[in-house]
Design a protein around this ligand. Structure first.
Ligand SMILES: CC(C)CCOP(=O)(O)OP(=O)(O)O
Ligand SMILES: [Mg+2]
Length: 242
């Protein structure tokens, strides 16, 4: 079984396979995304029960904008529904779950941007599971914006080049608000085995786990399988000789 002391602090999930799931079941793409959203809530509850500290969910990448307009609009509506749902806020408040989101919010609709910021504000003092939703997120953009911020600090004399180290850089990344910003375990569903411009700096030593199931088909035992694969792994961080 699972050992609580070997639980990953931070799990990241690339939730993939919603459209294939819908196609297999003769359902609409929207129903596929809705099923994914429901499964996201199940996963959040499980991680909270397992005392996992941070759960990052890749919900929409900068590359997803090229999809049909109606699909993008629906996904944004789904995010707005989730971020502004009182029922969901009540559940997360009761379960002491914190919400924050990473990604470029400047091109999101005003209503979605405000709902996300409000949900961050109303849950920021919760000390249970911290759910970080990556929305319009790009690992390369994250590194670029951190680089620009550091360069401007050097320009205006607030930072010396010789002092730039991992710690300084990580404070500029969008994940800096998480107590454990680096995922210990990354799960990607639907059989795809790629990072897709997710958290590139943060994933440097993350254990990777690829599940064949489509995200909407993932059940508790499938997430347990991922944790069972993770727990016995020896984290060498490129260090040990052997
Ligand atoms: C937006 C994203 C979280 C949805 C993931 O599923 P998907 O739309 O990529 O579905 P497919 O991989 O089956 O095309
Ligand atoms: Mg996909």
């Amino acid at each position: 079984g699972l050992k609580l002391e070997l639980m990953p602090k931070h799990v990241a999930v690339i939730m993939d396979g919603h459209r294939r799931w819908a196609r297999q079941k003769g359902l609409s793409v929207e129903q596929g995304h809705r099923a994914g959203g429901e499964k996201m809530k199940v996963l959040t509850r499980l991680c909270n029960q397992w005392r996992i500290k941070v759960l990052t969910l890749f919900a929409f990448s900068t590359e997803n904008w090229i999809r049909p307009k109606e699909e993008v609009d629906f996904l944004m509506e789904l995010c707005l529904d989730l971020a502004s749902s009182q029922e969901n806020l009540d559940e997360w408040t009761r379960d002491n779950i914190r919400f924050s989101f990473i990604g470029d919010k400047s091109i999101l609709s005003k209503s979605l941007r405000e709902a996300l910021i409000l949900r961050e504000e109303t849950t920021k003092s919760n000390s249970g599971l911290h759910v970080m939703v990556a929305l319009n997120y790009s690992g390369r953009q994250d590194i670029l914006q951190a680089t620009k911020s550091i360069a401007s600090k050097v320009n205006n004399g607030h930072l010396a080049v010789k002092d730039i180290d991992n710690n300084i850089f990580e404070q500029e990344l969008e994940t800096h608000r998480a107590e454990f910003p680096e995922p210990d375990l990354l799960i990607r569903t639907s059989g795809e085995q790629r990072i897709s411009n997710f958290m590139l700096w943060q994933l440097a030593y993350t254990e990777l786990y690829f599940a064949k199931k489509l995200f909407p088909d993932m059940e508790q035992e499938d997430f347990i399988d991922a944790l069972k694969s993770f727990q016995p792994r020896e984290r060498r961080y490129g260090g040990s000789q052997k």
